[in-house]
Design a protein around this ligand. Structure first.
Ligand code: URA
Length: 260
C-alpha cells in the first residue's frame, strides 16, 4: 500500500467516517477512531413519507439553509483541483484520459453528486455531458427551471472506471477527501445524490436506492435528497415520475415555486 493511500486510510480512521456503503461491496475497515462531534441538524422539518410503491408523498418541507462555514476556512475549488494534481492515488489513472473534477457555480445552492465519469465525460473533462447528462440537463432546466451553470455537478469518483464498471472501494476511498472538500467549499443548501453510489456515500448507508430515494437525509448539516441516477431513468423511463416527485421536494427546500 502506498504511503499516500495509508495516509488517506488513517485520516478516515481518525475521523471515524467510514463508508458504511462499502460494506455492501465487500470492504472491511479497521476499527473506527473517535466519533466526530454531532453535526447541526438539517434545516428541514418534515421528510416526505415514502409509500410502499416508492412514490414520495410530499408534505410541507421547510426551506433548507446553507450550513454555517466551518471554524477553519474551507479550501477553494481551485486549490482542491491543484491538490488532486495529475492524480495517481488509485489504479484508474492508467485508463483515464481526463480527471473530471466537476463543474458549475462555486457558490451553488444546489449540488448534484453522480457516480463516476463515463466515456463522454472522460473525453471532455466535464461531468454529465453524455446521454445521462442530457437527461440531467432536462431535470435541471425543464424540471427545476434552473440553469446548469447555477448548480454544481460532481461525482463520487473523478476518473472513468474501465467499461463503466462500478467504482471499487479503494477508488472511492482515494477520491473521498476531494468530494468532501468540494462540498465544504461550496456549502450548498441541498445535495442531490444521483443513484446508489452517491446516496451511499452521502448518507453513509448501504440501503438499496429503491428504499432511499425520496427520503430526505443529511450530510454535514446539508439536506440530502437521494434519487435515481439519470442512466437508470434512460433504461426505466417510468421511474421519471419518482425523480420528479423528489425534485419537487428539492424545490421546496430551495424555497422555489413548485409547479403542478
Ligand atoms: N454518470 C455519472 O455518474 N457521472 C457522470 O459524470 C456521467 C455519467
Amino acid at each position: 500500500m502506498s504511503a499516500e493511500r495509508e495516509e488517506i486510510l488513517a485520516q478516515l480512521a481518525a475521523h471515524g467516517r467510514f463508508l458504511a456503503s462499502l460494506g455492501s461491496v465487500g470492504v472491511s475497515f479497521p476499527k473506527a477512531g473517535p466519533a466526530l462531534p454531532p453535526v447541526a441538524a438539517p434545516a428541514v422539518t418534515a421528510a416526505p413519507a415514502v409509500t410502499p410503491g416508492g412514490t414520495a408523498v410530499t408534505t410541507p418541507v421547510v426551506a433548507a439553509a446553507r450550513p454555517p462555514a466551518g471554524a477553519e476556512p474551507a479550501a477553494s475549488l481551485e486549490s482542491i483541483r491543484e491538490t488532486i494534481g495529475d492524480c495517481r492515488r488509485c489504479g484508474l489513472h492508467t485508463g483515464r484520459k481526463t480527471i473530471v473534477f466537476g463543474q458549475g457555480n462555486p457558490n451553488a445552492e444546489l449540488m448534484f453528486v453522480g457516480e463516476a465519469p463515463g466515456a463522454d465525460e472522460d473525453e471532455q473533462g466535464l461531468a454529465f455531458v453524455g446521454r445521462a447528462g442530457q437527461l440531467l440537463t432536462d431535470i435541471i432546466q425543464k424540471g427545476l427551471r434552473m440553469e446548469r451553470k447555477d448548480v454544481f455537478i460532481g461525482n463520487v469518483i473523478k476518473c472513468r472506471p474501465p467499461q463503466n464498471r462500478n467504482p471499487e472501494p479503494d477508488e472511492i476511498i482515494a477520491c473521498q477527501p476531494f468530494l468532501e472538500a468540494q462540498i465544504r467549499a461550496i456549502r450548498p443548501r441541498v445535495l442531490v445524490g444521483l443513484g446508489k453510489f452517491s446516496a451511499h456515500w452521502l448518507l453513509k448507508t448501504a440501503e438499496p436506492i429503491t428504499k432511499l430515494r425520496g427520503r430526505l437525509g443529511e450530510y454535514e448539516g446539508i439536506a440530502v435528497m437521494p434519487t435515481y441516477h439519470p442512466a437508470y431513468l434512460l433504461r426505466n423511463p417510468s421511474a421519471k415520475k419518482d425523480v420528479w416527485a423528489d425534485m419537487k421536494v428539492v424545490l421546496q427546500l430551495l424555497g422555489r415555486p413548485v409547479p403542478e
